[in-house]
Design a protein around this ligand. Sequence first.
Ligand code: PLP
Length: 382
Amino acid sequence: MLFAFDDAQCRSLAETHGTPCFAYSGEAATEQFTALRAVLPSRVRLAYAVKANPHPGLLARFAALGASFDCASIGELERVEALKLPPGRTFFAGPGKRETELLRALVMGVRVQAEGFEDLARLDAMADREVAVNLRVHPAFDIDEGNRIIGGSGPSAFGVDEEEVPALLQKAAQLRHVRIRGLHVFAASNQRDAAKLRTIHGAVLNLAKHLHEAHGMTFEQIDLGGGLGVPYAPDEAPLDLRTFGQGLSGLLAEHAWFTDELILEPGRFLAGPCGTYLARVVRIKESRGTRFAILEGGINHLIRPLLTGQPFPVRAVGKGHGTLSYTLAGPLCTSLDRLGEVRLPELAPGDLLAFGTTGAYGLNEGMTHFLSHPVPPEVWVE
Ligand SMILES: Cc1ncc(COP(=O)(O)O)c(C=O)c1O
């Protein structure tokens, strides 16, 4: 599903809320969550990665469907705290956790994904009771070769380098309150190939087995991170959920030594398909053989295409398909402000464009402060 809203809904949203604006479909959120949940073995916990989109409507919807939450800052922790969830449903990861954030996590009873000895030592100094944490490990092998977001087996700001784990365990054994009871490995990014995900997750479980056998680590939880992909173009196949679920069941059967809980932290998969961004064409400009459509919003609202080269799918509302080439530019005073090179029907000022799959890494990642343009409304649609 590239677009959560049809033409009539897009027109009505634009008229009611003005443009540019973001709209999120509650129905699509429910569909994404329930379809994924349905294929997962019962001992896989789904923790929504709040960074993908912290909109309160999405958080409330996923909470009601039984989600746990993966947070990456005090701001995200506060949003999840407002949901008043039972203990055990919130996780806190991030390579630069400040003391105030760790203290908040401790008070909230949140499970911390420790990224180094500093996290463990700081928590230990604050705690007055036993605190279970997961240890994020940066594998010594390329877990998803060539994936720029995962970053390969080179130096990393994330987690503890695998070869440093034995020394860290020795130091951690001296701590009074903190106990390492889980493993976290961030292993994939926008991966739509179920077989590839099985290979990647298998590699994480093999690493866990090695840490268990060679260093005596035991795990209540093994967190496989996020990275379940969604299509961004009509010719991209969606993740085959049944094969994905079977892959995880197969891996659990192969790793009979591990009898506890697996965690998945999808952000993009759960939130991406729910969102549509609506913006109107302000002007059309031809420049030296290139036809620009200059829009009301650009990378101030959608910066992903600039960061990853992956454009969002776009359609001209009410105009059907077309074959004219356009460079979509935003209103910012930088030539980096581009949303893609697309083929659309002939456009005119005032035409409405809908960008699909913008429910994840959309507005909350944009450069909304730059040039002080008004921040677009975000509309929750039941
Ligand atoms: C620790 C962690 N978990 C989960 C996610 C979510 O990833 P995705 O949206 O690709 O599922 C991220 C993304 O950066 C992450 O850093």
